[in-house]
Design a protein around this ligand. Structure first.
Ligand code: DGY
Length: 316
C-alpha cells in the first residue's frame, strides 16, 4: 500500500473500523481537532481519502477544503448527507455499504409496523404504569396479517421488507419512479392511489432532493384514519409537520418511525403521541450488521489504496 495516501476521518466511527484505519495509512480525525477549520486550512491538502458516515456526511465546504481528495468511503447505505454535486464536480469516487444491512433494516421495519399497529410499546407502558390491574388490558388493536401493504421504494431493502410481509399474507403494491417488471408485486404509478389502496405504508426509498416530502399532507390524508405509516429510510421523505397534524387530527391511526427530519431532534408532539413508536435511527444497528458494514468500508479503503478502485462504488 502506497504511503502517499492519508485518511481524514470526519468524526467518530465504531471501534472495529476506527481501530483498523491506522494500519492502512496515516489517519487524522477532524472532529478531534480543537479548530477543525484552521486544521483544514493548514493540512487539508494532505488527504486523499475521506472516511465518513451516512449521518456525518460530507458538505461542499469540507470537500472543497480537501483539494487532493480522491475517494470518500462512507459507512451506511444512505449518502444523502454527502454533497453529490460536489462529488460529481470533482470526479470523486464514493463508496457506501449496501446489502449487508438489508435484513436488519427489514426486520426493524416489520417490528415497527407490528409495534405501531398492535400497540406493543403503548401496552408495555400501560403495564409498567400499573394500569393493567387498575383498568384492565389495553383496548383491542388492529390486525396486521392479511392486510394491504404499500411500499414507497422497492430497492434492495424494500424487496426484503416485501418478502417478509409476504410471510404475513399481505397483499403488496409499490410505488417507484419506474416499474420493476421482474418483481412479483404490482407497481402503482401514483403514490396517492397507493396510499388510498393500502392499510400500511412503509417508506423505503432513499433520501434525496427528488424524494423530499414525498409523503405529503395529501398522501397522509389518502392513507386515512385507519392507516399506519412506517419510515425506516430518511426523515426528509416525510413532511413531519403534516404527519404531526394528521396524527393530532385523527387523519392517521399511527406511525412507526426510525428516522426524523431533524434527527436527533424529535418533535414534542410526536413524543407525546401514544400512537407513534419512536426509535433513534437504529435500523442497521445490530452487532452483526455493523461489523459487516465496518468490514465493507475497510474493504473499500484497501481496494482503493491498492489499485485505485472501490468494491461497492456509488454509481454516477
Ligand atoms: C444507512 O445505512 O443509511 C442507515 O440509515 C444507517 O443506519
Amino acid at each position: 500500500m502506497t504511503s502517499t495516501h492519508k485518511i481524514l476521518q470526519a468524526g467518530p466511527l465504531p471501534p472495529p473500523l476506527a481501530s483498523k484505519l491506522p494500519a492502512l495509512c496515516p489517519v487524522e480525525i477532524l472532529s478531534d481537532k480543537p479548530d477543525p477549520a484552521a486544521f483544514l486550512q493548514r493540512q487539508g491538502n494532505e488527504f486523499t481519502v475521506l472516511v465518513t458516515t451516512g449521518t456525518q456526511g460530507a458538505t461542499r465546504g469540507l470537500i472543497d477544503a480537501l483539494p487532493n481528495l480522491q475517494a470518500i468511503c462512507s459507512l451506511g447505505v444512505g449518502y444523502d448527507a454527502i454533497d453529490m454535486d460536489a462529488v460529481r464536480a470533482r470526479g470523486l469516487m464514493l463508496s457506501n455499504t449496501p446489502d449487508v444491512l438489508n435484513d436488519c433494516v427489514a426486520d426493524l421495519a416489520m417490528g415497527l409496523l407490528i409495534d405501531a399497529v398492535r400497540g406493543l410499546s403503548a401496552s408495555d407502558r400501560h403495564v409498567r404504569r400499573g394500569d393493567w390491574p387498575r383498568v384492565g388490558p389495553t383496548s383491542p388493536s388492529t390486525r396486521v396479517s392479511g392486510k394491504r401493504l404499500g411500499m414507497l421504494g422497492m430497492g434492495r431493502i424494500g424487496q426484503v421488507i416485501a418478502r417478509r410481509a409476504t410471510g404475513f399474507d399481505m397483499d403488496i403494491r409499490y410505488h417507484t419512479r419506474s416499474p420493476k417488471p421482474q418483481l412479483p408485486w404490482q407497481h402503482e404509478p401514483s403514490l396517492i392511489a397507493l396510499a388510498q389502496w393500502c392499510d400500511f405504508l412503509i417508506v423505503a426509498c432513499p433520501g434525496s432532493p427528488e424524494t423530499f416530502h414525498l409523503v405529503s399532507a395529501d398522501v397522509l390524508k389518502a392513507l386515512g384514519p385507519q392507516g399506519y405509516l412506517v419510515n425506516i429510510s430518511r426523515g426528509t421523505v416525510v413532511d413531519e409537520e403534516a404527519l404531526v397534524a394528521a396524527l393530532e387530527n385523527g387523519e392517521l391511526a399511527g406511525a412507526g418511525l426510525d428516522v426524523f427530519e431533524h434527527e436527533p431532534e424529535v418533535p414534542a408532539a410526536l413524543i407525546a403521541n401514544e400512537h407513534v413508536v419512536l426509535l433513534p435511527h437504529v435500523g442497521s444497528a445490530t452487532r452483526e450488521t455493523r461489523a459487516a458494514m465496518c468490514g465493507l468500508v475497510l474493504d473499500n479503503i484497501r481496494a482503493f489504496l491498492a489499485d485505485g478502485r472501490l468494491v461497492t462504488p456509488v454509481g454516477p
